[in-house]
Design a protein around this ligand. Structure first.
Ligand code: CTP
Length: 230
């Protein structure tokens, strides 16, 4: 059995929020900045065979990663398509993105005019990218390593383990989110990485740049340890 060599692997990192359009001028999204995905992808350049950065609507500075293959996507469906397209026989997928979980059942082609009365928008679930891939048994993905993120406000461990199992991922990096004074989501610079083999590791709190470097280092170390079981 060949030992784990990061140079055999393509790293695919998703980042930032997606947008689900209600009409041409309105959408459902979330305030994820894309910083974590950006830093993880940046860290991966040079370590893996190739790094692919699939970004939703991140903040401007996190839109593309130097020396990576950069792909911009719009909604959760298009993020899913880009990920499926990029997966190959030896891939590590890090789903650091915050894809919108719901999309309007009907998207209007024209701007919906303001009305005096209540408006009801029916939302339907979007595709869960990680879960879909985790629960597909695709033999041609020779070695596929799935890493998810779980931003939680409470009961972090319980929710993270639940996600690990439900999505059939190998790793879940869990972090605590707070509602900051600005009203936007603020994510702590620490993660607890839970894995399929019942190990957990806390990294941080440390500046996000160092945190992401340590996440990649830890993942590589842990993948090497469990490689024959993947
Ligand atoms: N994820 C995904 N596809 C989605 C939504 C989320 O692949 N449509 C991924 C995220 O990128 C992350 C992991 O699933 O790696 C967990 O996302 P999170 O939003 O924390 O969990 P959800 O499954 O959406 O559950 P909930 O919002 O109820 O916590």
């Amino acid at each position: 059995m060949k030992a784990f060599n990061p140079k055999d692997f393509k790293l695919i990192v998703t980042s930032g929020p997606t947008r689900e359009w209600i009409d041409p001028v309105r959408f459902i999204s979330n305030p994820s900045s894309g910083k974590t995905g950006f830093l993880l992808a940046q860290e991966g350049v040079g370590i893996y065979r190739e790094t692919v950065y699939i970004a939703g609507y991140t903040e401007k500075e996190f839109k593309s990663v130097k020396n990576a293959k950069n792909i911009s996507v719009d909604n959760t469906e298009s993020m899913a398509e880009a990920v499926f397209q990029e997966l190959d026989h030896h891939s590590i997928l890090i789903m650091a993105a915050a894809p919108a979980d719901y999309t309007p059942k009907i998207t209007s082609d024209i701007k919906i005019k303001k009305q005096e009365k209540e408006v009801v928008i029916t939302l339907i679930p979007t595709i869960d990218i990680l879960k879909t891939i985790g629960n597909q048994k695709l033999p041609h993905y020779n070695k596929l390593i799935l890493v998810g993120f779980a931003a939680e406000t409470n009961q972090i461990k319980e929710h993270a383990i639940e996600k690990l199992n439900k999505k059939n991922a190998h790793f879940i990096c869990a972090n605590q989110v707070y509602k900051s004074q600005a009203g936007f989501g603020h994510v702590d610079n620490a993660v607890v990485i839970f894995d399929k083999w019942n190990q957990e590791k806390t990294i941080g709190p440390i500046p996000k740049e160092i945190l992401c470097k340590k996440i990649i280092e830890y993942l590589n170390q842990r993948i090497a340890e469990v490689f024959d079981r993947i």
